[in-house]
Design a protein around this ligand. Structure first.
Ligand code: OOG
Ligand code: MG
Length: 262
């Protein structure tokens, strides 16, 4: 760790205030170039601690930057992990207030719900599939607190990987009836297809993103508990949205899910 506790708490407060007040900021590594990975996750943990202290509940976990399209869009090269709390959750077909966010973008995701806990190290696609109860489609609304979405990996980890809102729904399916690599994904904005892809865009197989998350947590002595919902990361580039936009996602065999921006 390169940062002390006071600095970590101050950066967490700063980033969370930007989130709650929909204000942007410059990436925090500009002021703290020596910040390391442990500092970045410690800031994210402190943001979670602040939310839990105000009564929030963790209702899922996320992997991000798991597809080449996303890595290329953001100019980075490693997946990152974050948390989802109840206040981020939008009901199926529900409304997101655009004014509560800075510059939201939407991305199509394949979501896993576990029936057994997963503990790394050593998790792989097979262990993830064996631990999965079902998969379902989800739209993640990301909203980097950094100006113009300009960040590096440590800054985005500290900012809880741009997590802001999400919706899951459609038709949940067991994984033994699906080939998650060839699963077709179509996201539409106002009735027009804006993102098209297949499951394999996520690390060759979306379950690999969940295995990476389990192995990442394992290094920190943690696990993914049974019952956890995990978003495996945007299949395509993220798409910017404005107030009035309607976004729907159809995933082959998994039905569709939607939300709109007011
Ligand atoms: C970081 C979050 C990326 C994904 O699915 O790739 C993410 C960002 O692009 O702002 O959630
Ligand atoms: Mg995402």
């Amino acid at each position: 760790m390169a940062l002390d506790k006071v600095t970590i708490a101050a950066l967490a407060e700063h980033l969370e205030t930007c989130e709650l007040q929909a204000r942007d900021t410059l990436k925090i590594t500009d002021e703290h170039p020596g910040m390391d990975w442990d500092d970045a996750y410690a800031i994210q943990d402190e943001i979670l601690r602040r939310k839990l202290a105000r009564g929030a509940r963790v209702i899922g976990l996320k992997a991000g930057l798991t597809s080449h399209a996303k890595m290329k869009q953001m100019g980075v090269d490693t997946p990152v992990f974050g948390f989802l709390v109840d206040s981020f959750c939008v009901s199926e077909g529900g409304e997101v207030k655009h004014g509560e966010l800075i510059h939201p973008k939407v991305e199509p995701e394949i979501c896993f719900v576990l029936k057994h806990a997963l503990k790394g190290p050593g998790c792989h696609i097979g262990s993830v599939l064996a631990a999965t109860d079902f998969v379902l489609p989800g739209i993640e609304v990301i909203d980097s607190r950094y100006r113009d979405f300009k960040f590096d990996l440590k800054s985005v980890v500290a900012d809880n990987t741009s997590a802001a809102r999400f919706v899951v729904g459609g038709r949940a399916q067991r994984v033994d009836r699906l080939d998650l690599r060839t699963l077709g994904v179509v996201m539409e904005k106002n009735g027009e297809a804006v993102a098209i892809g297949a499951g394999a865009a996520v690390l060759g197989h979306p379950a690999a993103a969940v295995a990476m998350l389990a192995n990442h947590l394992g290094k920190r002595g943690r696990e993914i508990p049974a019952g956890t919902m995990i978003m495996s990361g945007g299949v395509t580039e993220a798409v910017a949205v404005e107030a009035g936009d309607h976004v729907s996602l159809r995933v082959q065999g998994l039905g569709s899910v939607s939300l709109r921006f007011a």
